[in-house]
Design a protein around this ligand. Structure first.
Ligand SMILES: Nc1ncnc2c1ncn2[C@@H]1O[C@H](COP(=O)(O)OP(=O)(O)OP(=O)(O)O)[C@@H](O)[C@H]1O
Ligand SMILES: [Mg+2]
Length: 464
């Protein structure tokens, strides 16, 4: 009897995950085969001809990326869904670039797997779209690492992987500090334009005429201070990418010129008549809601549509608080007290406080808070004492009643007050000890001595 069930190959070196997936998928009426490492995957693809491979990235002998590379080299194209450890945006981007259909992060719940498979087979049955999805350029390792594992961030990694091979214009939106520039950078490094430069222009920084000459260049004598011919950023970005930051601030006149560049890939320098042609990927970013700007007549509708062929939206940090612990670890590793020293650790209580905060300044504010915390903790354990928020200081004001309950003597309470004062002052001085000492009218050695005492006093809660 012919078996017309869908065939899935499950590859994982972890026997318990293999068994779990096998049971689950067989219950869902799939025909399941298994592989223990990458070499077995390659062998099984030839023998058991699966419709889909569900593959762990980390496997002995040949890992998931190795398998994808090998498949590509051989011109095989069996759709792959990759399973990655949580916090591996680089691998996810790379896998999508190498032609993986999708990825899922561990630990996963089986409902998610089921949904993903349903979506996959629906799509697979419908069209040859998968073929297109799987034609990708060679991958390049992104140097800047984007952190975050929330659904929204996963979507961002997928989009970056998917647009890597095209020259489509990308519009990145999101509040201040959500990582727009970081995404632009990663998009560039992962794209076919990565061999060329990434040229950045802040559209808010210059008045209209200067911005135009900055973007498009100018001919000698085109305006009073134009002594020589000058190439604009678009010309400099030829064969690379141009990042138009704060595009929402661009005037209507400049918008019109930009529209032409996007449509025709050509322009004239200011005061000139020679047409210059460029081959450039345009990435734009804004923290404004461009739809509103269009409605108010401040932004051209046609330009808006041209720009937003591909949209990447970065949600505010308060809507993806689950990313906070991972971001914190990353920033602790990034901002060391001593360059060659170990990263500082942080208390559970401090993490809890960070999770409660609303982060109007988003990831940038979190990064600054951690950087300052490390300085205040002098490379030791960052506790709630060391967290100073720029904005609302809720949860950090000195509550005398609570202080009385916790401290058993006037001496203890006074020490705590002193510790807070010292940290607060140091924070206001941005970690500059000389300035902090001056603010408190004490000497630097005295400040150091008191800080040392405050450190031992501000005893860390449970250490992560
Ligand atoms: N997901 C992330 N992972 C790691 N670092 C991040 C992430 N998002 C933002 N950052 C860091 O936060 C800081 C601010 O990010 P970035 O400059 O990209 O924000 P932005 O959206 O361009 O902000 P603005 O609108 O104010 O220009 C940078 O130091 C960046 O590296
Ligand atoms: Mg920015």
């Amino acid at each position: 009897m012919a078996d017309d069930r869908r065939r899935i190959l499950v590859a994982d070196d972890d026997a318990s995950i293999r068994a779990m997936l096998q049971d689950f998928l067989e219950d869902e009426n799939f025909d399941v085969s298994v592989a223990l490492d990458g070499e077995q995957v390659l062998a099984s693809i030839d023998t058991s001809k699966p419709d889909l491979v569900l593959m762990d990235v980390r496997m002995p002998r040949l890992d998931g990326i190795g398998v994808l590379n090998e498949m590509k080299r051989k011109g095989h194209d069996v759709p792959m869904i990759i399973m990655t450890a949580f916090n591996s945006s680089n691998i996810a981007i790379k896998a999508i670039q190498l032609g993986a259909y999708d990825y899922i992060t561990k630990p996963f719940d089986l409902d998610k797997v089921s949904e993903m498979l349903e979506r996959f087979f629906e799509r697979h049955a419908l069209s040859g779209e998968l073929q297109d999805l799987r034609r990708r350029p060679e991958p390049i390792d992104p140097s800047d690492r984007i952190i975050g594992n929330s659904a929204a961030m996963q979507q961002v990694y997928k989009t970056i992987g998917l647009v890597a091979g095209s020259d489509a214009t990308v519009l990145i939106t999101g509040e201040t500090g959500t990582g727009k520039e970081l995404v632009a950078q990663t998009l560039h490094t992962n794209s076919t334009f990565s061999h060329g430069p990434l040229v950045k222009v802040n559209c808010a920084a210059l008045p209209e005429t200067l911005l135009e000459s900055e973007l498009f260049g100018h001919e000698k004598g085109s305006f009073t201070s134009a002594i020589n011919q000058r190439k604009g950023r678009f010309e400099l970005a030829d064969k690379g990418s141009i990042f138009l930051d704060e595009i929402g601030e661009m005037t209507l006149g400049t918008q019109k010129k930009l529209l032409r560049v996007l449509q025709e890939r050509e322009f004239e320098r200011v005061g000139g008549s020679t047409t210059v042609k460029v081959d450039t990927r345009v990435i734009a970013a804004t923290n404004k809601v461009l739809e509103d700007e269009v409605a108010e007549g401040r932004f051209r509708e046609d330009l808006f549509y041209r720009l937003s062929v591909i949209r990447v939206h970065l949600p505010p940090l308060r809507e993806r608080k689950h990313d906070i612990p991972e971001l914190v670890d990353y920033f602790l590793a990034k901002h060391r007290y001593r360059p060659d020293g170990p990263p500082a650790s942080i208390s559970q209580e401090a993490i809890r406080l960070l999770m409660q905060h609303d982060w109007p300044g988003n990831v940038r504010e979190l990064e600054n808070t951690i950087e300052r915390g490390v300085i205040l903790a002098q490379g030791g354990v960052v506790t709630t004492h060391h967290l100073v928020f720029n904005t609302v200081r809720s949860g950090r004001t000195l509550d005398l009643g609570e202080l009385l309950q916790r401290c058993h003597s006037l001496g203890d309470a006074m020490q705590e007050v002193e510790a807070r004062l010292l940290f607060e002052t140091l924070a206001q001085a941005n970690g500059d000890r000389a300035q902090a000492a001056q603010m408190l009218n004490i000497t630097v050695p005295e400040l150091d001595a008191r800080l040392e005492h405050a450190q031992s006093f501000g005893k860390p809660d449970v250490v992560r």
